[in-house]
Ligand binder design. Sequence first.
Ligand code: URA
Ligand code: ZN
Length: 371
Amino acid sequence: MSRKLLVDIHTHLYLPRYAQLLRARSQIPRITTLNGEERLVILAGEASTGRPVGPSYWDRNEKLRFMDTHGIDVSIVSPANPWLDFLPPAPAAQACEELNSDLEEYCATSPQLEGTRFKRLYGMAYLPVVPGAEVDAVCRSVESLGKLPHIKGVILGTQGLGQGLDDPVLLPMWETLARAGLVVFLHPHYGMPPSVWGAQENGHVLPLALGFPFETTTAVARLILTGLLDKLPTLKLLLAHSGGALPVLSSRLASCIAHDPVASSRPQHDARYYLGRMWYDAVAYGPEELAFVASTVGRAGRYAGNGKEPETRGTERLLWGTDHPFFPPLKGEAMWMSVTENLDAVKNAPGWSEVEKEGVRGGNAVDLFGL
Ligand code: URA
Ligand code: ZN
């Protein structure tokens, strides 16, 4: 295929059925109406006014229009946070099945990308991973995705069954996901306790800019510590927001593990090694940040400990994204800065070849998701 694709692997939706679920609620998370305008209230501690929400979240034509405006060929859409996290196990399982079927339909009936074998839309599914759920039910849900051909992965928050993702009870879920070959898109929602943001009103800046990435960082560090990546070498973990603070903290993490009497005997490798075992969205908004992430991913082989694993460029594990429909322009401009900045970041990443940039823009996604 000679055509160079732009593939968005970090783009969200609320399916109409999910939006209805949020409208019916009186507590966070919810969609409420203020002065005739719908508002989304999903973050702990945020004002009841939340943020504007509209068709860009649920109307497929809006998604396609946004893609056309920004030259995006293919999107791998994932449900937006907080997924099913707030539901008890039985309603979560039922909603999960219905919503995943809606998502398959949303993608399967999307247009073909002209002159190619690709659809414009593929999906990452919900999982019924909620407090109190049985892991067997989660495994059955993963297995059922095999019947949905346009579903190429799952999106997963960090709460697990209430004890986080390093809960040993979740091992069968990870095994089932690895066996199914599905990409697991690890995405934050909870951030940090609202008290750390202080008393000044700063909108959503601190929870989104800092809390989200730090939540991902913590979740992945815990997975590394628990040895999950040693047990499941074929698991495909894709980290939101370029892995948060993990790339810049990975040597510190490795050092703290090496000096810790409790943790030093696990995991099997130096913590830096595992950075080369995961994938990262390129949603970092800056060229130097992207180049830095790639450099920490590429050096991972140095820490294999057996001298046998090569260092790489790291760019082969970065995949471009937008985080649409979040971060719309404040003044309604047609071109979204949140998109153009992430495109410019790839274009201007210091030291990257054109071939590497093409990979990050689309080729790596085609390979990872098996499109
Ligand atoms: N805000 C959210 O709540 N979720 C995102 O994915 C991005 C911004
Ligand atoms: Zn996101």
